[in-house]
Design a protein around this ligand. Sequence first.
Ligand code: GLC
Length: 447
Amino acid sequence: MNMIKKYVLVIFAFATCGMHGQEIDSVQQRQEKMQWFKDAKLGVFIHWGLYSVNGIDESWSFYNGYISHPNYLKQTNGFTAKKYDPKAWVELIKESGAKYSVITSKHHDGFALWNTKFGTLNATMGSAAKQDVLTPFVKELRKNKLKVGIYFSLPDWSYNDYTHFTRDSIRYKVSAEPKRWEKYLTYYQGQLKELSDNYNPDLYWFDGDWEHNSEEWQAPKVKQMLLDRNPKTILNSRLREHGDYATPEQGMPITRPTNKYWELCMTMNDSWGYQKNDHNYKTTDQVIGIFADVIGNGGNLLLDIGPRGDGSIPEEQVEVLKGLGRWTNKHKEAIYGTIAGIPKEHFYGPSTLSKDQTILYLFVKGNPNGEVVIRGLKNKINRIYVVGEGTKLSHQIVGKIYWSHYPGIAYVKVPDYVLDKNMTVLAVMLDGKVDLYREDGSVIESN
Ligand code: GLC
């Protein structure tokens, strides 16, 4: 055993000594529990609710005073779900390459998609649909082996015993009416218990925690209740940080997040729910580009769709999901089950690595004009091929000097005919675990 190895072992022994057995267990258990999420890479978010009827901001439209609360609630008459086809929804989600879906069981407006016993503002009792629209969707997801995520808003602005109502009117303060707040706790926790009993979700996607602190929400108790039912269930971080993973929203992280687990949630246009007047769609090309950036940095993309009040999915959204599906299907080996790629200095674009780090996947945007450049790769390259297409590519190493361990620059020749119409992916097979040159340049002392 050499000195360095010994040293590392001693440090490891010290580090684990300080950790209790239980902690090690829980780190391991967490890793196991998070594995499917880490491997999944793509999820489809669904915002469906009353707001889909008029095509206005989800819940916020009345909270911000753009429409009165009574008029907002009139949308219950238009929520028909007449064209709702959960089977077709799930087929489309599957086709996109998503491995899970997260649906708004209840947004901040309090309208529940399932047949809750708590209150009447729900699809069965309080809408033209007159049916539970959540259950058939969850069933279809399960049938297709997709993971089930339930979005649940902690606030319920329509509920009379909830504190907040609109931007300028608060019903009461918790400190002034603690008994009333308890009523709300019973109500919201009762609904959550229903969701966990009925659906046993793989993931809970909380939202709206900013209105109360952890103690007021009784966040630890809620977490415990859900974990008692299913210790493997995943919680997002919006339960006052009592969750498992971070949820950056809309803004694609520019530098690599330090969080081990994270998921970017993003709309296709500028709205979460269906808005007839919003045509500012991202192109399929852009969505794929953002997706590659996300997975290249070790995250997941939760891409949102907003079906109409009748349950149909807008054509533009179908088109993006199908376009994404063509691409994810062709390049699946570079996507699912991979880990974050190499630092940008080595390759000016997104990249991922196989779990054992012996295959480097390079995501090449547009036409690289014949050559793709990899800098400072110490490994020997065994083979390079075009993912989903198969062509073997040749490369040339430039600037490698025999007496220095500076590995030089690899130029990979990429003929035009192998290019993908959205984004080409190259697999670079290495002679071992990826090994990168990260030193300052060496000085030439003699020639
Ligand atoms: C925000 C909004 C909400 C939306 C959510 C999705 O927190 O309050 O309307 O559903 O983001 O991430």
